[in-house]
Design a protein around this ligand. Structure first.
Ligand code: T46
Length: 155
C-alpha cells in the first residue's frame, strides 16, 4: 500500500510537510458557489486508506487537553470542521506543532506518531477519518513505551 508522500504524488494532491515523519497536511478540493463551499473526500483517492470509521469532537472546553497517545497501526486524517485547535506531533525524534483552522485542510497522521491536542476555540468541531474501527489495544498511552517502540522501528 502506498502511504505518505508517494500516495500524494501519485494522486497529485497538494501536500505540505510537517517536521515529523508520518504526518502531512493536505488540501482537499473545494467547490465554491454563491450558496457556500463544499469539500469532499473519498477513501483511497483523497486519503491513503479505506475509511473504516468517522468520529468527531464537539462541546470541547477551550482549556481541554485531548490525545496524549500514539497508535500501533491506525492511520487517521484530522480536520477542523469549525473553529481551530492545536495538535502537537512527535515521531519519537522530532516534534512539530500544527494549528488546524481550515475545513478543507486535513492532517494525515500515520501509526507511531504521538499526538496531543489543545487550544480549542469556542465551538470548535474536530472530525477524524480513521483506517480501522475503535480498538483500545491499538493505543500507546504511555509516552515512554511509545518512545521505545518508535526508536526500535527506525533502527
Ligand atoms: C486520536 C484523537 C485525535 C470510542 O469508544 N470510540 C472511538 O472511536 C473513539 C475515538 C473513542 N472512544 C472512547 C474511548 C474513550 O473511552 O471515547 C473515550 C474518549 O477517547 P479518547 O480519550 O481516546 O479521546 P481523545 O480525543 O483523547 O483521542 C481521540 C482518539 O481516541 C485518538 O485516536 O487520535 O482523538
Amino acid at each position: 500500500m502506498l502511504i505518505g508522500n508517494a500516495f500524494w504524488k501519485l494522486y497529485k494532491m497538494p501536500i505540505h510537510n510537517v517536521e515529523v515523519d508520518g504526518a502531512y497536511l493536505i488540501d482537499l478540493p473545494a467547490i465554491t458557489d454563491p450558496r457556500g463551499d463544499l469539500t469532499f473526500l473519498e477513501g483511497q483517492r483523497h486519503v491513503p486508506f479505506d475509511i473504516a470509521r468517522v468520529y468527531y469532537l464537539y462541546n470541547v472546553p477551550v482549556d481541554a487537553q485531548r490525545g496524549g497517545h500514539a497508535h500501533r497501526d491506525l492511520q487517521q486524517m484530522i480536520f477542523a470542521l469549525s473553529g481551530s485547535f492545536r495538535i502537537l506531533l512527535d515521531d519519537g525524534r522530532r516534534k512539530a506543532e500544527v494549528l488546524l483552522r481550515n475545513p478543507r485542510v486535513g492532517l494525515y497522521v500515520n501509526r507511531l506518531v504521538w499526538r496531543e491536542m489543545d487550544l480549542f476555540s469556542q465551538g470548535s468541531v474536530c472530525m477524524v477519518i480513521a483506517s480501522n474501527p475503535y480498538d483500545e489495544s491499538d493505543y500507546y498511552r504511555d509516552y515512554n513505551e511509545f518512545l521505545a517502540v518508535a526508536h526500535a522501528s527506525v533502527t
